[in-house]
Design a protein around this ligand. Structure first.
Ligand code: AMP
Length: 525
């Protein structure tokens, strides 16, 4: 296995020490496929069309070369257009991390935030602005943003921007930046209007797509869980489902360290494996995992490469893999020697599309699954406690404890004494299983979440429009959608709690019958 300071990794990409150290600090071990292909070409100064979606590492694919080339300056050198404010904030944070050691200032600019504050921040001097098209155009028209020094413009998630009706705004912005510049366009799909935009505004672009070869999936049952609180979800799965060797994959070294610390703090036997460990440390962890004294191995892809371990029952993708090949490599760690293994992937709602793409390319079903409930966990704990007690009674000597029980037996019932002793031992467990409501009271019936949509009868919306669009876009069966109430200017729709998060993230700022909509949890009256 290569270490992360080996030139075979990011070090191969003609990057300065400063940028390399920022990348190392972010915990990235090796470039993702889209990064390996994009970074050298962007460094050369060419225009690039990258076909990639969230989860592939596309932000760093343009962020790393932009930061590498960033001169010392107080003027805006790069402009990134994103479809939503959430993405603007996220991209800004990621770029700031990459540019940290070069002290590059980034600023997200989006509608809904006080414009005066943005104007002040812009005056203060930033080198990269990341914004939604509407608000950026607003600044351009007010002349509160100076774009004459812009060297690179990025259209991120171009197809999303198109769907949201931003195409004219994007053109107007492209016409406001210097013509001598680099243009980078990232899009999951390439609809005709995006191709036309590229043809008109880009210079001889290099097209980059991550490989779409079919990959063979081993004998494995594959499931996924969608949750915003992955740690809580993981602990539930570990409590209920797993009882042998488990490998958990994280995207970064930092991710591995953090997850190991969280799991250890919760009492799990977990340890980590990544490229920063010495060979001796790695050997120690692997020995413990092989001989069974360690149940949970948390690893990066690089660290797990080439490991051959028997009897791994579960592979858990704590972070969704960046490409289908990595997915297949990871899950190939279980289900060896004709035995069926289980592969579990955790996703956050916004990663749903990346999961669907992986599923399509591996041509195998990844089944949506429900996280174990508190009742499941308690039931499993009861079984575990019972079998441990039985084993202790059969095998061990516990005579030392007899006098305590004998003393108490004068006063209390023997059954009560034993039960109270167990309660004392296991009190910590139950807290972990408490459920947390995510949406508060939305006024929906139990198990459902009522969503507010800002269009109604005025826009001639019918229940079937909502059912069809929600089902298609969010990938849920239409028949699980509950009560729909359409009013003059707004609509309430009830959806099951476990898909609510996804429906909101996919439908919010999406379009319904050509109208751009806002979707949020309703507030109970
Ligand atoms: P993106 O596709 O840009 O939304 O990135 C998805 C996630 O992958 C983000 O959390 C990034 O920080 C992370 N990421 C990007 N590149 C790498 C890499 N080379 N290694 C590990 N994680 C990465």
């Amino acid at each position: 296995m290569k270490a992360s300071n080996d030139p075979g990794f990011f070090g191969n990409l003609a990057l300065s020490k400063k940028v390399l150290s920022a990348i190392a600090e972010m915990g990235f071990e090796e470039p993702s496929p889209i990064q390996a292909k994009t970074i050298p070409i962007v460094l050369e100064g060419r225009d690039v069309i990258g076909q990639a979606q969230t989860g592939t590492g596309k932000t760093a694919a343009f962020g790393i070369p932009i930061m590498e080339k960033m001169p010392e300056s107080r003027n805006i050198q790069a402009l990134v257009l994103t479809p939503t404010r959430e993405l603007a904030v996220q991209v800004s944070e990621e770029l700031a991390k990459i540019g940290k050691s070069k002290r590059v200032k980034t600023l997200p600019v989006y509608g809904g935030q006080a414009i005066d504050r943005q104007i002040r921040a812009l005056k203060f001097g930033v080198q990269v602005v990341i914004g939604t098209p509407g608000r950026l155009l607003d600044h351009i028209r007010r002349k509160t943003i100076r774009l004459s020094d812009v060297k690179t413009i990025v259209l991120d998630e171009a197809d999303e921007m198109l769907d949201m009706g931003f195409i004219d705004d994007i053109e107007a912005i492209l016409q406001s930046v210097p013509t001598v510049r680099q243009t980078l366009l990232f899009s999951a799909t390439m609809p005709e209007p995006i191709r036309a935009l590229a043809a008109k505004y880009m210079q001889d672009p290099v097209e980059i797509a991550v490989s779409r070869e079919q990959v063979t999936v081993p004998l494995t049952d594959q499931f996924y869980y969608e949750t915003r609180d992955k740690l809580e979800g993981l602990c539930r799965v570990l409590d209920v489902e797993t009882n042998d060797k488990v490998i958990i994959f994280c995207r970064t070294k930092k991710g591995v360290d953090e997850l190991v610390a969280s799991l250890q703090a919760r009492g799990y036997m977990a340890d980590g494996l990544h490229g920063d460990l010495s060979q001796a440390q790695r050997d120690r962890v692997m020995k413990k995992f092989r001989d069974g004294s360690l149940e949970i191995l948390v690893a990066t892809d690089v660290a797990a490469r080439g490991l051959d371990i028997e009897n791994v029952t579960h592979v858990i993708n704590y972070d969704i893999p960046q490409d289908p090949e990595t997915y297949v490599h990871r899950i190939g760690r279980t289900g060896r020697a004709g035995r069926k293994g289980i592969a579990i992937t955790f996703i956050q709602p916004r990663e749903y599309r990346q999961l669907k793409l992986i599923e399509k390319l591996i041509k195998s079903r990844i089944i949506r699954s429900q996280l174990p409930s508190s009742a499941d966990i308690l039931e499993r704990q009861r079984d575990v406690i019972k079998s441990r007690l039985a084993r202790t009674i059969e095998q061990s000597s516990f005579a030392d404890y007899h006098p305590i029980v004998a003393d108490l037996a004068g006063e209390y019932d023997a059954l009560d004494i034993a039960a109270a002793a167990l309660k004392l031992m296991h009190e910590g467990y139950k807290e972990k299983a408490e459920e947390k409501p995510t949406f508060g009271n939305t006024g929906a019936e139990s198990g459902m979440v009522r969503l507010f949509i800002n269009i109604g009868r005025t826009q001639k919306i019918r229940p079937e429009d909502i059912v069809r669009t929600f089902a298609d876009e969010a990938g849920i069966p239409g028949n699980i959608i509950g009560v729909i109430n359409i009013y003059e200017k707004f609509t309430f729709v009830e959806v099951p709690e476990d898909v609510a998060e996804r429906v909101i993230s996919v439908m919010h700022k999406n379009s319904l019958k050509g109208y751009k909509i806002h979707v949020e949890p309703a507030k109970a009256r």
